[in-house]
Design a protein around this ligand. Sequence first.
Ligand code: ADP
Ligand code: ASP
Ligand code: MG
Length: 426
Amino acid sequence: MGRIVMKFGGTSVADLARIRHAAAFARREADAGNSVAVVVSAMAGETNRLVDLAASAGPPDAALDVRNVEADAVVATGEQVTSAMLALTLQNLGYRARSWQGWQVGLKTDAAHGRARIAGIDGDALGEAVDNGEIAIVAGFQGVSDAGRVTTLGRGGSDTTAVALAAALKAERCDIYTDVDGVYTTDPRITKQARRNDRLSYEEMLEMASLGAKVLQTRSVELAMAHRVNLRVLSSFVAPDADNPGTVICDEEETMEQRIVSAITVSRDEARISLLAVPDEPGRAARIFTILSDHDVNVDMIIQSPARTAGANISFTLPESDLDRAEAAIAAAKGDIGYDRVEPDRDVVKVSVIGVGMRSHTGVASTMFRTLADRQINIHNISTSEIKISVLIDAEYAELAVRALHQAYGLDKAAADAASETGARP
Ligand code: ADP
Ligand code: ASP
Ligand code: MG
């Protein structure tokens, strides 16, 4: 029997009844003779409450997203509570269990508070404890910096704790228990037609996570891919002995999927800035994007087109949370850049179609553009990679676009039936 990492998200430990249910899953793995480490999130809603609480103490920049050291110390307590609560629950059931905080498992991070990256884990003590039959309950989402301060890993970061632990422990599998029974063809909250994928490649899951499917934190998928962690997403809302295959995230060769497109995502944390009538001469774009990168603004889709009067219009997308910062930086550099006007737009979303089958098939883009055109949905910006196409559209059309595309690619049907209907050709 091997080492297993299990992770329970916020809704899966939302109250004592759910914590007891999570305990039943952990007991099952321990009873089967496995060495078990369990990673927990804070109770559902608790991290939001703690972020607001920290912010209310001021100074006004104490919120999680501006990387404040003491805010992290507040926000990390949510996971401290659930880890000890689950340990107590298991002890009361007669199991040997203990809670571990990030610093106690040796989860070292950089000092980027509120969005820290894991630098390494010294998993020896934890490995020894679980191999001796103790169930380890690890507080997700938190670590410790070189300066000895508590850090947090960014929203959804418990997924990353789980995958990093699985890699450090060389675990046989890393099971992410959540409130859906796997990774769907699109967010099941948008359409009932969404279907569970049996398998997805690391690359597809990575695109999905970074393009808006919040079911796994992007960084957790990167780590799983780098360390070839055997990752699975499955439901904690069924009986522990129920059939619960979930979605396996694995190498592309192991997916054996017929689908050309495997998922549609929507990212709502998007905004667009258009700079009108920028002088059309070498070096202007370099100036704009240097200023943005100096202000830590993450730019995505970029379009340059001739302006109606003179010069060029340059438009780009960025996370909505960066918009104010970017606008201020651009306004401060108006003389240097030399634009006429700035137009910010918050009411946009990015809709993406994703699938490894795009590598070997044509027609995916034309199906996407035709489907949106048929619904009178205007496309502002487009970006592509080998396995995805993203478009920026007005926010009011987000759900209509997702549903229409989901149907256009036959994702509401079994994989084998779908391929013939998408218009895509090998
Ligand atoms: P947890 O608290 O367990 O970490 P999250 O809320 O972070 O859970 O992630 C699970 C949620 O992700 C689901 O409830 C679902 O609404 C959402 N989600 C978005 N896209 C997808 C998708 N393609 N497949 C499954 N769930 C998705
Ligand atoms: N509790 C943290 C959050 O809400 C981390 C997590 O749930 O993964 O973002
Ligand atoms: Mg999550």
